[in-house]
Design a protein around this ligand. Structure first.
Ligand code: SER
Length: 330
């Protein structure tokens, strides 16, 4: 029995996560390690270094994914078989530096897909976004297949990236799977330069200062999701049988939609003195170009997606966990 277990462990192919120090990566890596074993999940980062406990929990490598050969070295070193490619410049940051957004988002994806083809990976995951939609996209119950005319550099790299994924699947048989993530809310790592970041900042400010000046208008409704649901969706889609994945661009994915006013009111139920004011900046225009409510029935029907956290459950969980992290009592 022991011998068999050891042999199986030896045969286990390795998983690589790019962008592992980012908002999603920092929570996806521990979840994958819990599932597949610490040594089998290779976390990578480039500019931002992880904390000590993350770094010591399993393999960590510094890799510039823009440089195909650097990535190749790590793929060969660990005999990588699966990649979760999370590196991305987000919407607001992308508008400040569109060249960087184009280069980082497109070149890294092309490198990952080329190497996945060359090394015959069993699976690739790539993160798309609600930002792939644009002003002409229907805003309510946005269908899986619809008009996509994003007007941010981030959004257009997501549309091009989705088409590239589909191309590598059809043309080269690369088993690539992708999700159009909504705004992700979490307490472990801050998001880096997105339009939905207000929905994370609001919790920090509510706990620390009892007030928050929101950079979107009070009625700017957007699709959102609590991190545990995002992690579950990512692992679920990667575990699904290939025949169940009928969309090879990227799947619509939804949990809950709310406006800044609605989340502020939910927080007030726990912190009655909390005050939210509204000072919309350039990110308001980005928010206005995105859907309000996403129809994710394809993900639900094809591979059984189901969310757990609504606005009330997410708010309670965030205030408890972030309060603990910040040492602030409600
Ligand atoms: N959270 C992202 C952003 O706001 C959307 O994918 O840019």
């Amino acid at each position: 029995m022991t011998v068999r277990v050891i042999c199986m462990a030896k045969e286990m192919k390795k998983i690589l996560v790019t962008g592992s120090v980012g908002q999603i990566g920092s929570e996806l890596v521990p979840a994958l390690r819990a599932k597949y074993g610490n040594e089998n999940v290779i976390a990578t980062g480039y500019k931002t270094m992880p904390g000590e406990s993350f770094r010591n929990a399993g393999p960590f490598e510094i890799v510039d994914v823009m440089d195909k050969d650097s990535l190749r070295v790590i793929i060969e070193k660990y005999d990588i078989d699966t990649i979760y490619h999370l590196v991305s410049v987000l919407s607001a940051m992308g508008e400040k530096n569109p060249n960087l957004a184009w280069d980082v988002n497109m070149i890294t994806l092309k490198n990952v897909l080329d190497l996945a083809k060359e090394y015959e990976f069993s699976r690739v995951f790539w993160a798309s976004s609600i930002a792939a939609f644009g002003p002409s996209t229907p805003k309510d119950n946005t269908p899986q297949l619809t008009v996509m005319d994003p007007n941010t550099m981030y959004g257009l790299t997501k549309v091009a990236g989705e088409l590239l994924c589909n191309y590598y699947f059809v043309k080269h048989g690369v088993d690539v799977r992708s999700l159009r993530y909504p705004g992700i809310i979490s307490y472990k790592t801050l998001p880096g330069g997105g339009t939905t970041d207000y929905a994370v900042e609001i919790f920090y400010e509510a706990l620390k200062n009892r007030k928050y000046a929101c950079f979107l208008k009070e009625d700017a409704t957007l699709p959102m999701m609590h991190m545990p649901d995002a992690i579950k969706a990512t692992i679920d889609i990667m575990q699904a049988e290939p025949s169940k994945i009928k969309t090879r661009t990227s799947y619509n994915l939804a949990a809950v939609s709310f406006s800044p006013k609605e989340i502020a009111e939910e927080i007030k139920k726990h912190i009655p003195e909390f005050e939210c004011t509204y000072e919309p900046d350039f990110r308001q225009k980005i928010a206005e170009s995105w859907p309000k409510v996403i129809d994710d029935s394809s993900a639900r029907n094809d591979w059984g997606w189901k969310h757990e956290f609504g606005l009330a459950e997410m708010t309670k969980d965030m205030l408890e966990k972030l309060g603990e992290k910040l040492g602030v009592n409600l």
